[in-house]
Design a protein around this ligand. Structure first.
Ligand code: SP5
Ligand code: ZN
Length: 340
């Protein structure tokens, strides 16, 4: 299986951030991608390839122009405005009750940002764009006839919406890949999100789309990030009605609950009969993940990959979360080897 990877993610290396429980050491760090890469490099079934020069139109289709401009410019604007510290962290959160983003860097950060733990560093925009480039390169390989691919994307993407960042995500790599595939093939794409957190960005981007089925398994948003989305009654709207399936699980759910729920997700996807499948692969559902709150055994990912393979649909896997560095590589490798 080909693995699209770029070392450029390293320029996004958040250190300490703020949360309600005080400052905490950021977990979405370059070592994550390096651990996954090392595990795949050690296995001869995987071939690591650099991103090519894909058409990036889908990034513009998925993310609003003002948001893309903000992401590219805000760090420099923040520094020249004399804001401290040297990372952009919103301090005001107008919600969508505000009228406009305004001009001041701190105000703009609160308009496009949704939390205090998704900071913008000097290299963030570049790393986010490079991750989207990896995903789009993988899509081109899929369109050229490869059946199964993996984009080792970092920073992750599934919490990023059309014009907002959050949950460690800036550009929605899975959504960008999906939009490109949908445009090139006329639609019928399914997205299966198995990160421990609800894929709110992906859901919102395709909520009214008749071309894309979105399915997410995740910890109950009453108890877990992203809190404001991910409930079972969110089923899509307009032409997208019936094409969003949320399968929330109680906090601490283990394999015995996860596996039958996963089977329901696959049944829904099989019924939709998509031409392509995108998997948002987060492995933060394992029991000792420091961020996720499910209780899966690390060995479950081989079973999940095997079951996805049984669908027989050309599949692109995009990396989302997973923060227990010592388990990341094996969980991802097990999923991909079983899928291949
Ligand atoms: C892609 C992905 O998995 N994003 C997950 C975002 C969840 N963020 C929750 C961060 C909460 C920070 N609280 C830290 C408390 C430390 N005691
Ligand atoms: Zn997650």
């Amino acid at each position: 299986m080909q693995v699209v990877y770029s070392p450029e993610h390293r320029v996004h290396a958040p250190a300490e951030c703020m949360s309600a429980s005080g400052p905490f050491r950021h977990r979405e760090v370059p070592q994550r991608a390096e651990a996954i890469l090392a595990a795949l490099e050690a296995d001869r079934r995987f071939v690591i390839v650099p991103p090519g020069d894909p058409v990036m139109n889908a990034l513009e289709e998925v993310h609003a122009a003002d948001y893309r401009a903000y992401l590219a410019e805000i760090h420099a604007a923040w520094i020249s405005a004399g804001e401290a510290p040297s990372i952009v962290v919103p301090e005001l959160f107008p919600g969508r009750g505000g009228r406009r983003a305004g001009r001041h860097p701190a105000n703009r950060a609160g308009w496009f940002g949704t939390d205090t733990f998704t900071p913008i560093l000097a290299g963030t925009a570049e790393a986010a764009r490079e991750a989207a480039r990896c995903a789009l390169t993988a899509v081109d390989l899929l369109l050229a006839g490869e059946e199964r691919l993996y984009a080792l994307t970092r920073p992750p993407g599934h919490h990023a919406g059309r014009d907002f960042h959050g949950g460690f995500c800036y550009f929605n790599n899975a959504a960008v890949a999906t939009a490109h595939l949908a445009r090139e093939t006329g639609g019928r794409i399914a997205v299966l999100d198995i990160d421990a957190h609800h894929g709110n960005g992906t859901q919102e981007i395709f909520y009214a789309s008749e071309h894309v089925l979105t399915v997410s398994l995740h910890a109950d948003p009453n108890e877990e990030f992203p809190y404001y989305w991910g409930y079972a009654e969110e089923t899509g709207i307009g032409p997208g009605e019936g094409l969003n399936l949320n399968l929330p699980l109680p906090l601490g759910a283990d394999d015995s609950l996860y596996l039958p729920t996963f089977a329901r997700a696959l049944e829904r996807i099989a019924a939709f009969a998509p031409r392509y499948l995108i998997v948002s692969l987060g492995v933060d559902g394992i029991a000792d993940d420091p961020i996720g709150h499910l209780s899966l055994a690390p060995e479950i990912f081989g079973i999940l990959g095997h079951n996805v393979r049984a669908l027989g649909i050309p599949t692109l896997v995009v990396q989302e979360g997973g923060y227990r560095i010592t388990h990341l590589g094996t969980c991802v490798r097990d999923f991909l080897s079983a899928l291949d």
